[in-house]
Write a protein that binds this ligand. Structure first.
Ligand code: KG4
Ligand code: ZN
Length: 365
């Protein structure tokens, strides 16, 4: 049987140790993800040293499992790729060291990949084919809108000025004592709160909703102030939650005791406003770029309310927008998205040298 080009991908940029084998940039033969939630839970957030040590302990077993599930031996692998930017530097270094060692041992080309571009590629890997399209990437470390014109071609339309979307979910979940990881815990706490009770923070953040309905007007006023209307800011919303929970806007100090009902209402109100911001800006980006297709990615893209709001607004647009949601396993951190994307660099005849380094900071695409 004819075998396609199989790439082994490695992903260790934050708190998931992952390895995958993907054929021809499309067919996922395996995608093993070892989560570290239990290790970080006692600290209420990801501890970089703990993450790096856990990656080092798990990486060989995770790679072995990915190869076994894909029924591949090293001979079946055409290249090895690894997310080498952005991320926690100690965590990235473990994946890079593993990838380089295997490339040397098995005589394979090495490819360093951008983790965020991997999140963008997840939609294509899951079968989305619209091109060009807009991508909203919302994760624990990044919040970005892209104009995507090919697997490796994209430009940044907007990004966060302060907290990333997932970071804001995590911090608000912490204020509400909802546990770690905060995003899914907050989404669960918000379940069942009726729409009319989700408005606590509606007026705090001026959303981009008007820009959805009044073509360009809101965008023009923001632009005339020198701000990019497609940039995000979540810190004001986060602070509004903090003041609400303190019961005063003055100084710092302990948070109020709140009832389970109020906790659910605060969670649902925060989620509603945060999702409104993300959905509104994504639709505004489609309108501004005159692109009628939108895909999402990153851990926060698993959020059900965000998906609902996007569906409502995409179908209300005239003509309706084509919308694509990758399955949750491909939205959160995983190596398949890295291995799928790497295929397109390999097709171009590209690879990296042994001196390839970890780069913790995001690049402007
Ligand atoms: O993409 P990802 O797995 O890792 C990074 O690259 O950061 O995203 C993790 C982030 C965390 O902040 C987590 O709380 C958030 O995604 N998240 C969610 C949900 N599931 C994960 N946020 C809101 N709602 C969810 N259902
Ligand atoms: Zn990520």
């Amino acid at each position: 049987m004819n075998q396609g080009t199989r790439i082994l991908g490695i992903e260790t940029s934050c708190d998931e140790t992952s390895a995958a084998v993907v054929e021809d940039g499309r067919r996922i033969l395996s995608n093993v993800v070892a989560s570290q939630f239990d290790l970080h839970r006692p600290f209420g957030g990801v501890v970089p040293e703990v993450a790096a040590r856990a990656h080092a302990e798990r990486i060989t077993a995770v790679i072995d499992e990915a190869l076994a599930l894909a029924k591949c031996t090293p001979r079946d692998i055409s290249a090895i790729c690894v997310a080498n930017r952005p991320g926690l530097v100690g965590a990235l270094l473990v994946g890079i060291a593993a990838a380089k060692a295997l490339c040397i041992a098995w005589d394979k080309p090495l490819l360093g990949m951008d983790h965020i571009h991997g999140h963008v590629y997840a939609a294509r890997l899951a079968g989305f084919s619209a091109c060009p399209h807009i991508a909203l990437i919302v994760s624990g470390g990044h919040t970005c809108l892209y104009r995507v014109t090919g697997p490796l071609e994209m430009s940044v339309l907007g990004q966060t000025a302060d907290d990333a979307a997932g970071e804001a979910f995590d911090k608000v979940a912490k204020m509400l004592n909802l546990g770690f990881p905060g995003g899914p815990a907050l989404a669960k706490a918000a379940e069942g709160v009726p729409l009319e009770k989700r408005g606590l923070f509606r007026d705090v953040v001026k959303t981009m909703q008007e820009a959805d309905t009044v073509k360009g007007r809101e965008a023009e006023t923001q632009e005339s102030r020198g701000a990019n209307p497609l940039d995000f800011s979540f810190s004001g919303l986060k602070t509004a939650v903090y003041y609400h929970l303190r019961g005063t806007t003055k100084g710092r100090g302990p948070l109020r005791e709140i009832s389970p009902e109020e906790r659910a209402q605060v969670a649902a109100s925060f989620q509603e406003t945060a999702c409104d911001i993300m959905a509104s800006k994504s639709i505004a980006a489609c309108r501004r770029e005159e692109i009628r297709a939108l895909a999402i990615g990153g851990g926060v893209a698993c959020n059900r309310r965000l998906r609902e709001l996007l569906k409502e607004r995409a179908s209300a647009a005239n003509p309706p927008l084509e919308l694509f949601f990758p399955p949750p396993i491909l939205c959160a951190d995983n190596a398949a998205m890295i291995a799928g994307l790497a295929y397109h660099r390999l097709l171009r005849g590209e690879h990296d040298d042994w001196d390839m380094e970890a780069d913790p900071t995001p690049r402007r695409a």
